[in-house]
Design a protein around this ligand. Structure first.
Ligand code: ADP
Ligand code: ZN
Length: 738
């Protein structure tokens, strides 16, 4: 019993203070108590500023006080923000995600407070417009002044800095015009005049299959209530057009819509499509927004001003006031799994969010994950199917090139059959794509004299040669070094040899084979920022590029009608390493890449270079037999008790001192909750036993689906003292086994 409730005396007056618990966006599991501010009403969900040690921190009122702080040390809430409170559903969502992922609640809250500045109401800005009295006759019309006046004659009022930038003059020119009486100042509210997406605009005429799917989804969006639906259709079948109908229906009912995309920065084409369909752009949310954009977007979402948000996984934590539909496009994508900080899967958490909010969720994919397919088979999710490409477009022919027979010359990587196909494609004035999921020139540099391999000093990884940049780079940390003249081990000069291809090396080979071909590179090294992608996409669309060479940044979404040939340089690449989903992921990625070919009227061809054409992945790709492939995967995983039929959770122990890491890992191994049902494998060195200078050990817990693993793990961790220099990360439903 808290003495606060039973004692009387001098402290009694203070005890009467109302307590509230405030969750802070810090790695803390529980909210802290604060005294409610005197004379101000605070309620759960309110954003408040509270003292924490010498600092002031923004947090959210989570509920009534819980007695976590002694009365004498209870400090008051400093202030309450004038902002719409965090909706109850979102608070429950934060609690849910924290409990499931075993992350501290405060760390999950931090993701929901993506832009703290958004708590302040937006400030009105000083702007200028043309004076109603017109331009004073005695005004000296310099060219700069004329440009400013012309801008304002033809557009909305703008702040001086913006006007000056557009007119290419100094701010003093604008001020001078105002002083001369040609312009008049006014206060501009930043939100003024942003057009809203219009659901009444007509969409395309849908095919029969498309219409059936669209009507089903639109009805769900209109009626509300929880439902989960997979929209399953081959690439180019019109899935986007179809889910736009559901978006329109949700907007019509006056609710907000969230569309999650795996890499929003790469989807300029998606945004253009949206704008064409709805007459206005959506709000976007991703890591590359500027601070001001984040603040404004966050606030507009909280206020319900933003009707539709398209974003990367973190958008799921935005404070939607009245969310009515979630769409997860490319639901199978690994990018939805966040691997740092709070480790969560945005698709799975989106389903939870829909459930809490009693709204429909739509998962969209041409190659749905086994998890989702099994959920459909068991009736947890509904399924809508689009069996064919839209219009005349047909799926491309897929052929396997057996590299054991069709051998390129030494240090060449393009098989003769692919070379011939490229030549034909260029002759016919069509476009081609060569896909290799490997950045740089060569993945490995080796000494021919002593066999030494150049390795990152901080990671268990080879250094990758980037010849264009003239450097060796680690792809897992920021280590890079000049390419040495001599072997660092044996000292022999000129003995270092590049082994294997990266995209730069493929480009070099193409330049020798087809010196006339105009080549565009699409990799994360060559395309920095969303505009670079957009520019490259435009060049391809305008046929200023004959051949695209790139990594997976090129695999997604893009629609190029003249692209008829796709060559995959190393189709086996993703199958190495043998992780749980290697086959599934390779199938998905290559299907996606293949789906770039023949999207217009001209038929497409896909050539997969492989050393194991008999592999079930290659066979399924060639025959378009996804269902047989998934059945086989499902069968294997069921036998092994692996997800989605069993549960996995990984513990990653890491630290700079190997002995300490090993000691903690061994101790966790000894105290692991093993039983007839629960198995714990490890500890074992992670495949990246060293990553960014930290030693890493892994343990893997495996249990049937009926077992709730979180309490087991919590009890397990509570028993093992973990020194401050060692970190133990819990990864529920791991996707990465590195
Ligand atoms: P998916 O998302 O399944 O890959 P998209 O929605 O991108 O397919 O459609 C592929 C192409 O076909 C796009 O250019 C799209 O605009 C077009 N398309 C699809 N359905 C229709 C339709 N009913 N009428 C006109 N164009 C359509
Ligand atoms: Zn490294």
């Amino acid at each position: 019993m808290e003495p606060a409730h039973s004692s009387s005396g001098p402290a009694a007056a203070a005890e009467a203070r109302r307590r509230v618990s405030v969750l802070l966006p810090l790695p803390l599991p529980e909210p802290y108590d604060y005294a409610a501010p005197v004379g101000q009403d605070v309620a759960p969900g309110d954003y408040v500023e509270v003292p924490l040690g010498p600092r002031r921190v923004v947090g959210v009122v989570w509920g009534e006080g819980e007695g976590s702080v002694a009365e004498a040390r209870l400090r008051p809430v400093a202030r309450r923000f004038d902002s719409p409170p965090m909706p109850e559903i979102q608070r429950r969502f934060v609690d849910w995600v924290a409990a499931y992922t075993m992350a501290p609640r405060g760390a999950v809250l931090k993701m929901a407070l993506g832009a703290l500045g958004g708590l302040e109401p937006p400030k009105a800005q000083l702007a200028y417009r043309l004076a109603e009295t017109g331009v004073p006759p005695d005004l000296r019309p310099t060219p700069a002044r004329r440009r400013v006046l012309a801008l304002l004659a033809d557009g909305p009022p703008r702040p001086a800095a913006e006007l000056a930038a557009e007119a290419g003059c100094g701010v003093s020119v604008v001020r001078g015009l105002a002083e001369a009486g040609a312009l008049e100042p006014m206060m501009l509210t930043p939100r003024a005049g942003r057009p809203r997406p219009d659901w009444r605009l007509p969409g395309p005429v849908l095919s029969e299959d498309q219409r059936a799917a669209a009507e089903d989804m639109a009805a769900k969006a209109r009626e509300g209530g929880y439902s989960a639906t997979l929209l399953d259709g081959v690439t180019g079948s019109g899935k986007t057009e179809v889910y736009f109908e559901a978006v329109a229906a949700a907007l019509e009912t006056g609710r907000q819509v969230l569309v999650l995309l795996p890499e929003i920065a790469l989807s300029a084409q998606w945004l253009h499509r949206f704008e064409r369909r709805f007459g206005a752009p959506p709000h976007v949310w991703h890591s590359e927004l500027t601070g001001a954009e984040r603040r404004r977007t966050w606030r507009e979402i909280a206020e319900g001003e933003a009707r539709i948000v398209v974003g990367a996984r973190s958008a799921l934590f935005l404070p939607f006031a009245e969310l009515g539909l979630i769409v997860v496009d490319e639901e199978h994508e690994g990018a939805f799994k966040q691997e740092e900080g709070v480790i969560y899967h945005a698709r799975d958490m989106a389903v939870v969010r829909a459930h809490l909010g009693r709204i429909p969720i739509l998962l969209v994919s041409a190659t749905p994950s086994l998890e989702t397919v099994v959920n459909c088979d068991t009736g947890r999710y509904a399924r809508l199917h689009l069996p064919a490409r839209h219009g005349e477009a047909r799926l491309p022919e897929i052929a396997l090139i057996d590299m054991r027979r069709e051998k390129p010359e030494r240090n060449r990587f393009i098989a003769p059959a692919v070379k011939d196909a490229l030549a034909r494609t260029f002759e016919q004035g069509e476009q081609a794509m060569l896909f290799l999921n490997r950045r740089g020139y060569a993945p490995l540099t080796l000494c021919r004299a002593c066999g030494f391999r150049l390795q990152c000093p901080n990671c268990t990884a080879w250094l990758v040669e980037h010849r264009l940049a003239g450097r060796l780079q680690c792809h897992h940390c920021d280590f890079s070094a000049a390419i040495p003249q001599a072997c660092p081990s044996c000292g022999v000069e000129g003995s270092l040899a590049a082994c294997g291809p990266g995209v730069e090396r493929v480009a070099e080979e193409v330049a020798q084979l087809f010196p006339e071909a105009r080549v565009g590179m699409m990799t994360s090294d060559t395309l920095i920022g969303p505009h670079a992608v957009e520019e490259m996409v435009r060049q391809v669309a305008e046929h200023r590029v004959d051949l695209l060479i790139g990594t997976q940044v090129m695999a997604k979404g893009h629609h190029f009608p003249m692209l008829t040939l796709v060559g995959v340089v190393d189709a086996d690449l993703g199958l190495q390493g043998g992780d749980l989903r290697a086959a599934e992921r390779t199938f998905q990625l290559l299907s996606q890449v293949a789906g770039r070919a023949g999207r217009g009227e001209r038929p497409g061809t896909v050539l997969l270079q492989t050393f194991s054409p008999e592999n079930p992945v290659m066979q399924a790709l060639q025959r378009y037999d996804r269902d047989a492939f998934l059945e086989r995967e499902a069968h294997d995983r069921l036998e092994a008790g692996m997800p989605p039929f069993g549960r996995l959770a990984a513990l990653i122990v890491s630290g700079e001192e190997m002995e300490q890491v090993d000691a903690v890992a061994r101790r966790l191994g000894r105290t692991a909750p093993r039983s007839a049902e629960v198995q714990v494998l490890g500890p074992a060195p992670a495949p990246f036993a060293l990553l960014r200078g930290r030693h890493r050990r892994r343990l893997l817990l495996k249990a049937p689906r009926s077992v709730q693993v979180q309490p087991l793990i919590a009890a397990w961790l509570a028993e093992v003292p973990i020194p401050g220099s060692v970190r133990v990360q819990v990864d529920i439903d791991p996707y990465s086994f590195l």
